[in-house]
Design a protein around this ligand. Structure first.
Ligand SMILES: Cc1ncc(C[n+]2csc(CCOP(=O)(O)OP(=O)(O)O)c2C)c(N)n1
Ligand code: SF4
Length: 288
């Protein structure tokens, strides 16, 4: 049944996909489809946007309104879509390179602005598509094609970055904690404002092979050994936390979504978002 749900959202004519056998990205695609299914949204009411990268191939396989844009600009296009057709549920998928390297500026400003967009960051700690260059999330001392002696840069903690920039819903899960991931994505989709879910994926081909994790199974075992719920992580001492990753929801507070604020402060404080949206869609001949 669950497989049938996922299959019902795929563009069969676009298969086979380009992902290497054992890549974590496909598992995340499955979670996304189950979460979307639970919302009850129609396919035509969803816009799925990406940049460039292995993760960014996701929209190509899914039967929504989809846009495969330029590297790092997924959120800029997502914001444009939301502004021009606010009735769409907009989801932006990005790799770690997409989201916090070349697209880092778009990421922090999207969080600050708080449009109703769900940002899903597929973090495999590496530039998968282009040959395994290090990214801003590559762990300390990890080997990448551009850090053959081990990475000495500090890495971004994506949830902290998102919280610091003002996002109201911020969570992290992994590609191996599937039921939890389905639920977190579902909650993010339902959040009225900018929501961020970092999903630790795995790339045995570009990251694993250089870091003694050559097979998908060894990457899964590694993720199992380092990921733990936030509450359990918080009980650990500083030393024990070093190689661990807390997963769960870090922040989920009501915020004033940007279009609501725009209506109140710029258009007409007495009008509701729904009535403005109705007038807007009528003028643009969109269905509501
Ligand atoms: C402006 C621009 N710069 C660089 C590239 C080359 N490029 C394509 S994908 C990519 C990195 C992809 O890594 P990531 O976003 O982490 O996604 P992954 O492939 O790991 O899923 C790069 C550098 C590009 N296409 N456009
Ligand atoms: S290179 Fe890595 S991220 Fe890209 S499809 Fe292969 S396993 Fe996945």
């Amino acid at each position: 049944m669950k497989t049938e749900i996922v299959l019902s959202y795929l563009r069969k004519d676009k298969l086979p996909h380009i992902w290497c056998p054992g890549c974590g990205h496909g598992i995340i695609l499955g979670s996304m489809m189950r979460a979307v299914h639970k919302t009850g949204w129609k396919k035509d009411d969803i816009a799925l946007v990406s940049g460039i990268g292995c993760s960014s191939r996701t929209p190509g396989y899914v039967d929504f309104n989809t846009l495969h844009t330029t590297h790092g600009r997924s959120l800029a296009f997502a914001a444009g879509i939301k502004f021009s057709n606010p009735r769409l549920n907009v989801i932006s998928v990005m790799g770690d390179g997409d989201a916090v390297a070349i697209g880092g500026n778009h990421f922090i400003h999207a969080a600050r602005r708080n449009l109703n967009i769900t940002a899903l960051v597929f973090n495999n700690y590496i530039y998968g598509m282009t040959g395994g260059q290090f990214s801003p999330t590559t762990p300390y001392k990890a080997i990448a094609s551009t850090t053959p002696y081990g990475n000495i840069d500090k890495n971004f903690d994506i949830p902290s970055l998102a919280i610091g920039a003002g996002a109201g819903f911020v969570a992290r899960s992994t590609a191996i904690h599937v039921p939890g991931l389905d639920d977190i994505i579902y909650q993010a989709l339902n959040y009225d404002g900018f929501s961020v879910v970092e999903i630790i994926s795995f790339c045995h081909v570009q990251y694993g092979k250089r870091n003694k994790l050559k097979t998908p199974l060894s990457m899964i075992d590694w993720l199992k050994s380092i990921a733990l719920p936030i509450a359990a992580y918080e009980k650990l001492g500083e030393e024990q936390r070093r190689d661990k990753i807390p997963i769960g929801i870090f922040k989920n507070i009501p915020t004033e979504e940007y279009s609501q604020k725009y209506i109140k402060e710029i258009i007409d404080p007495n009008k509701s978002k729904d009535s403005i949206l109705k007038d807007y869609c009528k003028a643009k001949l969109y269905d509501l």
